[in-house]
Ligand binder design. Structure first.
Ligand code: GCU
Length: 608
């Protein structure tokens, strides 16, 4: 199977170390490399990483050599990881070291680790995410590079390892470029670093690197008929005919399969009456996969999600999504979210407001978010960071977008909670962009035909009080996301009452709406920045949204105030987007209570 990842060609090294994305790696026993890593900072042009021609240097800090301090040998290096300060991994560097708070550039990470390679095994360095570009060396040997700040990658280090003490050096470059995804400008904080778990994964020579186990997605679905499961297991390095077993004891499934020439063992199996995953019963089944020396057990929920006209059907039932948007920022401590505690805090707020849905914006979040949603029964909108303007006219940028999409879907394809893949947010309506995103939407369908494809469309155009959404991109979507800020960026709050929407005849999620309020700031409903004004905006929004026949979901912008460098009104924003229902320190605004009551009563919108 050809996997296209965001690899940059490695000059010279004969056998390219395998670079992949190990599905279910969080279910494997690994050697964690989380903890304190030494670091060194390089201002642009970062000559220890990049040569004058922009190509990557292998003989700079990657060598991890040490200066001749106490001998009479000629003066050599002017750096030393061994005595350098440390940063915690996982974690962004910005909120750990005050001098790096606004730093965008290259930070070199280094740590030693002990490992004695076992015969007939292969070892991978797993990186949960690193923002934005990262370059990896082990024992001075370049292993892999990756572009994209929000998806995992796994690089084979087998050939570079030696018995005993080894070291890894990773250069992470958070510099922004026009052809990046996202591009130069975006409304969130550019946290740099090794922002998610780093570990070593040792596997047998033939190992399960990818699998897909889902409810068979026929043209029709009825919860009353016995269901079937289908999917595949891919065994890396396996010759055709390699045995694979798939066992789901609780569903009475015990399959023995054989891989084909592509290393894949596809299957379909009757599963009788399964307890289908839903917010009311987030049932997960233990799925045991085995091939040769390798085995892995995952916990997977089975559910059917589809659209029927303007309805969204979960397991055949029409549903209404009551949720919120959330950036991957940690409540209370701030910085990039990465821990189970962060996930529990975020889902704690969602559950408190009776939400059954969350839009993880505008990029894939830590895998713990999906795992937690799977367990708690919260449905997820997952998105790749094609935020507003990117270089839609460049094929190389399309390749990046497709690779990010591939990584997002591959990591979370077995997560029942994920019901929507979003290919973009608020992108300019022009033919080049529409063709780019239509191709991307179809690529998402090719990769996963069991989920709904969406995108958050930019504001409508108005004809008097008629809001008309006729963006051609909607034709490529199963569900339309609509962002609008009537009452904040556009018109007065009460004007929303008069607005009548013209929207595609598809399920529509109001994927962003709201206004800013500084927590603790109180006053009249017409006084901007007060909590009362924010509630007022939402109440008028409910009047407008409640009249839209095809509305099938709500996601106010945003669950929690979040850092954004462009938000600089002193005393009100202070570097934060203040559209949260709660402050960044977890203090609820009046609007949180409004949503708690609204979602408890299901008083806005209908499933059909
Ligand atoms: C946009 C955008 C968000 C942004 C929000 C805002 O719609 O999608 O990323 O933060 O508006 O302006 O607050």
């Amino acid at each position: 199977m050809v996997l296209f990842f965001l690899a940059i060609a490695l000059p010279g090294s004969a056998q390219q170390p395998l670079k992949t994305l190990l599905v279910g790696v969080d279910q494997r026993s690994v050697i964690s490399l989380d903890g304190q890593w030494h670091y060194l900072v390089e201002q642009p042009p970062a000559g220890e990483l990049y040569k004058a021609d922009g190509k990557v240097r292998d003989n700079g800090y990657a060598l991890n050599t040490h200066p001749n301090l106490y001998n009479r040998d000629p003066h050599n290096e002017e750096y030393d990881f061994a005595t350098a300060p440390t940063l915690r991994v996982p974690g962004d560097w910005n909120t750990q070291e005050p001098s790096l708070f606004r730093f965008e550039g290259v930070v070199w990470y280094q740590r030693d680790f002990d490992l004695t390679p076992q015969p007939n095994t292969r070892t991978f360095l797993h990186i949960g995410a690193a923002n934005y570009r990262s370059f990896v060396w082990v024992n001075q040997k370049r292993i892999c590079d990756h572009e994209g700040g929000f998806t995992p990658f796994d690089c084979e280090v087998t050939a570079a390892l030696k018995p005993g003490s080894n070291f890894v050096v990773i250069a992470v470059d958070s510099t922004r470029h026009a052809d990046d995804i996202p591009s130069l400008v975006y409304d969130w904080f550019n946290y740099g670093g090794l922002t998610r778990d780093v570990s070593l994964v040792t596997l047998p020579e033939q190992f399960i690197d990818d699998y897909d186990v889902h409810l068979k997605h026929d043209s029709t679905f009825s919860p009353t008929v016995p269901q079937s499961l289908e999917g595949y297991v891919h065994v890396e390095g396996a010759p055709a005919g390699t045995p694979v077993t798939v066992r789901i004891p609780e569903a009475g499934i015990d399959l023995t399969l054989k891989t084909g020439v592509d290393g894949r063992a596809p299957f379909e199996a009757k599963a009788g009456r399964l307890t289908l995953w839903s917010p009311a019963s987030p049932k997960l089944y233990k799925v045991d996969l085995r091939s040769g020396q390798d085995s892995l057990t995952d916990e997977i929920g089975f559910r059917d999600i589809r659209v029927d006209g303007t309805r969204i059907l979960l397991n055949g039932q029409a549903i209404f999504l009551e949720g919120a948007n959330m950036h991957a920022e940690a409540p209370y401590r701030g910085g990039r979210a990465y821990s189970q505690q962060d996930a529990d805090n975020i889902f704690g707020f969602l559950k408190e407001m009776h939400a059954n849905f969350v839009r993880l914006c505008h990029y894939p979040h830590d895998e713990r978010m999906e795992r937690t949603a799977d367990r708690l029964g919260v449905m997820i909108w997952s998105e790749i960071p094609l935020w507003q303007r990117i270089s839609f006219d460049k094929p190389e940028v399309y390749a990046k977008a497709a690779a990010m999409l591939n990584e997002m879907i591959r990591r979370d394809r077995n997560k029942a909670s994920v019901i929507l893949w979003s290919v973009s947010n608020e992108t300019p309506n022009n033919p080049t962009r529409t063709e780019f995103l239509t191709n991307l939407a179809n690529e998402a369908r090719r990769l996963d035909s069991t989920r709904l494809i969406t995108s958050a469309l930019i504001g409508p155009h108005f004809v008097g009080n008629r809001a008309v959404q006729d963006d051609p991109l909607a034709q490529a979507l199963d569900v339309v996301g609509q962002n609008e800020y009537v009452g904040w960026y556009d018109r007065r709050p009460e004007d929303a009452d008069q607005i009548v929407w013209t929207l595609p005849q598809k399920p529509v999620i109001m994927s962003e709406f709201g206004s800013e309020a500084k927590q603790g700031n109180h006053g009249g409903i017409d006084q901007r920045w007060t909590e009362e004004q924010q509630v007022n905006v939402f109440q008028h929004q409910f009047v407008m949204i409640g009249k839209i026949p095809q509305i099938r979901g709500l996601a106010p912008w945003v669950l929690m105030d979040f850092r954004s460098p462009g938000r600089n009104i002193p005393g009100l924003q202070d570097g934060y987007n203040r559209k949260g229902l709660i402050s960044e320190t977890g203090q609820k605004k009046l609007a949180f209570q409004l949503f708690e009551e609204t979602y408890k009563a299901h008083s806005v919108g209908k499933a059909e």
